[in-house]
Design a protein around this ligand. Structure first.
Ligand code: 48F
Length: 259
């Protein structure tokens, strides 16, 4: 057996990571946030043959899935999302009222693996701080190492793409970079421009129906939809997040192919 060489281990990591990073500096779609909406969108977009990169600020992809509701690691999905669970090889149990439960760990792990196997790349510990804007269109994301972002005076780098997705959840961080400069004004049609109080049924419908392009080049999916357009929150039911990710993927694929 060959002797294991510590220098070789470090060289292997550095070479492989830098090859991956260099390859991902430009692509078709950058998705910010590897939660349920972002990973579902990544799975479907990568399945269309698009070059998809997810930027995730935390160590672990999965967003709000892991903790289920109040740290009880079961997530609820509605009937409409069962087909998608089957596509993702996630097992589910039936309960009352047309609702189903899934093991939250299985759901998070399956979404992550499916997105990767479809060809998406996840860069974790990378925080999106801003967008690139050219001719009134979002053309990329400005990002830094999560340990550096906001903590040290170190400049970020950029990731360019034909479409950027804000899938950062309740804070809609990417949309916010435009809103705080007055570039996105009222997207909430008279309602307060923030997520509304909980209404599970309305929130689930809203997050699917309103997933789409919020600004030229910038799309929203998952809870970012509610934060951007003023829709209600819905708590630990996840079917809407998955279906919102699938919907935005279809819209982006059509837009990028000029359909
Ligand atoms: O929060 P998150 O799970 O958003 P989602 O996909 O799903 C929402 C549900 O989890 C739940 C709910 C409905 O059931 O109310 O909350 O819409 O995932 C968002 C991901 O984005 C990452 C964050 O760490 C999380 O994994 N994120 C947030 N800000 C940034 C970011 C950022 N600036 N850069 C990169 N990643």
């Amino acid at each position: 057996m060959n002797r294991i060489d510590e220098t070789g281990i470090s060289r292997a990591i550095i070479a492989a990571y830098h090859e991956k990073l260099t390859d991902r500096i430009a692509g078709d779609v950058i998705i910010v946030g590897a939660g349920p909406a972002g990973m579902t969108a990544a799975y479907y977009l990568a399945g269309e043959g698009l070059k998809v990169t997810l930027l995730e600020k935390r160590l672990s992809p999965g967003g709000g899935v892991w903790g289920g509701g109040m740290a009880m690691n079961e997530a609820v999905v509605q009937e409409d999302a069962l087909e998608l669970l089957e596509e993702m090889d996630v097992r589910y149990n039936s309960c009352l009222g047309g609702l189903y439960t899934v093991d939250a760990i299985e759901l998070a792990a399956a979404l992550c693996l499916k997105a990767l196997k479809a060809g998406a790349v996840i860069l974790n510990l990378v925080t999106a701080e801003d967008v690139c804007l050219h001719g009134g269109r979002v053309t990329g994301v400005v990002a830094n190492r999560s340990m550096i972002a906001g903590a040290l005076p170190v400049d970020p780098i950029t990731f360019s793409a034909g479409a950027v997705v804000d899938a950062t959840g309740h804070d809609a961080v990417v949309v916010e970079t435009l809103r705080r400069r007055g570039l996105i004004k009222s997207l909430a049609e008279g309602r307060p421009v923030c997520e509304g109080p909980m209404d599970a049924a309305s929130g689930e419908a809203f997050v699917i129906e309103r997933a789409g392009e919020a600004f030229p080049g910038l799309w929203v999916s998952g809870m970012s939809v509610c934060a951007t357009f003023g829709g209600p929150r819905m708590g630990p039911i996840f079917g809407g997040m998955l279906l919102s990710g699938k919907r935005v993927a279809g819209l982006i694929a059509a837009a990028l192919s000029g359909k």
